[in-house]
Design a protein around this ligand. Structure first.
Ligand SMILES: Nc1ncnc2c1ncn2[C@@H]1O[C@H](COP(=O)(O)OP(=O)(O)OP(=O)(O)O)[C@@H](O)[C@H]1O
Length: 625
């Protein structure tokens, strides 16, 4: 897509949505262009009519001048309002396109790419700005036409005055340079602007409000926000001052030229080479010339800023188009062999540090894999690669022998279901918040009901005033849920897909108590078994609770991005390595030491009854310790 095709597509949208308004706007604009020269000519006729006592000419000229004035003044007011209506018609379509482009990007790598983040931040609400830019371009055409009319009349009435027009060249050039400096400073400070926005959100939105107050960090953050804003303003101020200096230099040049031109006209009148009416016409035209020049500059300024948005829009469009067609192989109906990783390594975009190294792993169809390891070992990253949210930087992942890279992301995801530790809180109706797990079933109450049951969220539905139809989210006059309740809703969402091939659970129960986690995993295992039989579904889970981990068919232990141990629970316990040590530590954590027995027993009231039958602390008979 080129700039021209992007702009013409905007006009087409306006033509489709607001045809009558568009025609009226263009008619008023054309009328305004015509009045440019007509007004000066009418004034000249008025003076000539008055001097020669020709009342008819004087009256006619007065009527034409009044009409010109009205057309220009009323037309300008009407056009300003029409632009808003026209921009609105286009901006909805544009915002939809921008969101569509973001959605078409296959992986989430771009979310960490500062270039992308800056451009998308620029385009937030950019539909409106782009739409104004498109109408601004029509103004540019109109201004150029007005300029042409003024110059033609000057050439006829007072050719030497054309020299004045030459001075407009440097004025426009200097003004443009100034505008470019402002645009560059806006892009250069985009990261700082994001930081300032982030600090503002932290200080004003509820999510961080509690922690900030308890930590007493409010004032420090306010100060940081103030310093960030001040530094941004300074950097932008510098560019704006420079632009103002350039503009001043240009206009000083023009004013000097104008003064010389006026002296020249006065000389012509006093020597009888020009009529008084000509003088008025020339003065009107030169004033008009200045007005047109200012208009051109203002329009160029606006369009210069708009160009910035247009380029960001085109950049995003090119990225979306470039990534839209990843892979052409067909996703299998069911898994027969399973998922195989060979020499997989990965570094996050923009970093050199490998987060995963040389991962060789086969997860047979229908089996459950648990990944354990210390914080930062790379567990979530591995799950994200399986979900095709990132592409490995080395090695291959194969699904029944077909490289995952060859499968269209959209199709693979339609057979993937996942719940992440940093789950989303969709402030919709509860039914929708669960239903978005499979959009095709947004109104399928039976399927949503089953998903809610699997996600252990039935009690939430029962307790909410309008059940599944309850609006969630305090910001929208809905009900605010607790962390554990939100997590159950997120988890329920993961049970929406009817025939997943990959079921990924990344700490999906971190906000739940041990008993709820146990219940959820029992239901999940039941779900996984059913799907394993029907579709060969592979379940991959990450949990720090070993009572859950031990139920998996295979367990891998990750350390610093490498697999350091693998096997079943029993095999790993026999091995006596990292896994056995961590398992034993957790099991011991649940046991009271003899000296603390009475106090611990009181604590245990809150822990032990919640623990499931497979909890390390709940089944001493199986404890290795
Ligand atoms: N988006 C990112 N960009 C750059 N580095 C990242 C990103 N996400 C994670 N990392 C880094 O990758 C490493 C592995 O992170 P990952 O989230 O996979 O660990 P984890 O084993 O799941 O940890 P946890 O148990 O704390 O969830 C960490 O060192 C982390 O700093």
């Amino acid at each position: 897509m080129t700039r021209l095709s992007a702009i013409t597509s905007l006009y087409r949208v306006a033509w489709g949505e607001q045809r009558r308004l568009l025609v009226t706007y263009l008619a008023l604009l054309a009328g305004d262009v015509l009045t440019t020269g007509l007004f000066g000519l009418a004034l000249r006729a008025l003076i000539e009519g008055a001097l020669h006592r020709d009342l008819r000419v004087a009256l006619g000229a007065t009527v034409v001048a009044a009409l010109c004035w009205t057309t220009s003044a009323v037309g300008s007011w009407a056009r300003t309002n029409m632009v808003y209506l026209l921009a609105e018609a286009v901006s909805v379509e544009l915002d939809t396109r921008i969101l569509g482009m973001v959605g078409r990007l296959d992986t989430v790598e771009h979310l960490e790419n500062p270039e992308y983040v800056d451009r998308v931040a620029l385009l937030r609400g950019g539909g409106d700005l782009l739409a104004h830019y498109a109408w601004g371009l029509l103004d540019v055409v109109a201004t150029l036409l007005r300029l042409a009319i003024v110059l033609t009349l000057l050439a006829v009435v007072a050719p030497p005055m054309l020299a004045l027009a030459l001075l407009l060249g440097p004025v426009l050039w200097l003004q443009r340079r100034g505008q470019q400096r402002i645009s560059h400073s806006l892009l250069a400070t985009a990261e700082g602007t994001r930081l300032a926005d982030h600090l503002y959100s932290l200080l004003t939105e509820p999510a961080a409000g509690m922690e900030i107050r308890i930590a007493g960090a409010g004032e420090a953050l306010q100060e940081r926000a103030r310093l960030t804003r001040t530094s941004l303003i300074r950097q932008q101020e510098h560019a704006r001052w420079a632009a103002a200096g350039l503009a001043l230099a240009g206009w000083t040049l023009f004013v000097l030229g104008y003064a010389v031109a006026l002296l020249f006209i006065m000389d012509s009148v006093s020597s009888g080479r020009a009529e008084p009416g000509d003088v008025l016409l020339v003065i009107t035209l030169t004033m008009n010339l200045r007005a047109q020049a200012e208009g051109t500059i203002a329009t160029l300024q606006r369009t210069g800023e708009g160009l910035h948005f247009l380029d960001a829009y085109l950049w995003l469009n090119a990225r979306a188009a470039g990534t839209a067609s990843s892979g052409r192989a067909a996703v299998p109906d069911r898994l027969d062999a399973g998922i195989t990783l060979r020499g997989v390594s990965f570094s996050y975009p923009g970093t050199e540090l490998p987060v995963l190294r040389d991962i060789d792993l086969h997860v047979p169809a229908g089996s459950t894999l648990a990944i354990v390891g210390e914080h930062g070992a790379g567990k979530s990253t591995l799950v994200k690669l399986l979900c095709k949210l990132y592409e490995p930087t080395g090695g291959t992942i194969a699904v029944d022998g077909v490289p995952l890279a060859d499968l269209p992301a959209e199709q693979w995801r339609s057979r993937t279901t996942a719940s992440f530790q940093d789950y989303a809180r969709f402030a919709f109706l509860l039914r929708e918040s669960v239903g978005v797990g499979d959009l095709s079933a947004l109104d399928d109450l039976a399927r949503i009901g089953r998903a809610v049951a699997h996600g252990d969220a039935e009690l939430i539905v029962e307790q909410l005033p309008s059940g599944l139809e309850t609006q969630l989210g305090g910001l929208f006059d809905g009900l605010e849920l607790s962390g554990g309740q939100w997590q159950r809703v997120a988890l329920s969402r993961a049970f929406m897909r009817p025939t997943p091939l990959l079921f990924a659970l990344d700490e999906p129960t971190a906000s739940l108590d041990a008993r709820s986690e146990y219940t959820v995993y029992q239901r999940q295992l039941e779900f996984a078994k059913r799907h394993a039989r029907a579709s060969g579904t592979v379940t991959v889970m990450i949990s720090h609770r070993f009572s859950t981990v031990r139920t998996a068919d295979h367990i891998v232990v990750l350390s610093d991005g490498r697999i350091v141990e693998r096997g079943s629970h029993e095999e790993l316990m026999t091995l006596g390595g990292n896994y056995a040590e961590l398992y034993t530590l957790q099991a011991d954590g649940y046991k009271p030491s003899p000296s603390q027995a009475p106090a611990r027993r009181r604590d245990a009231v809150s822990v032990t009854p919640q623990a499931g039958p497979h909890d390390p602390g709940h089944r001493p008979s199986t404890d290795p310790s």
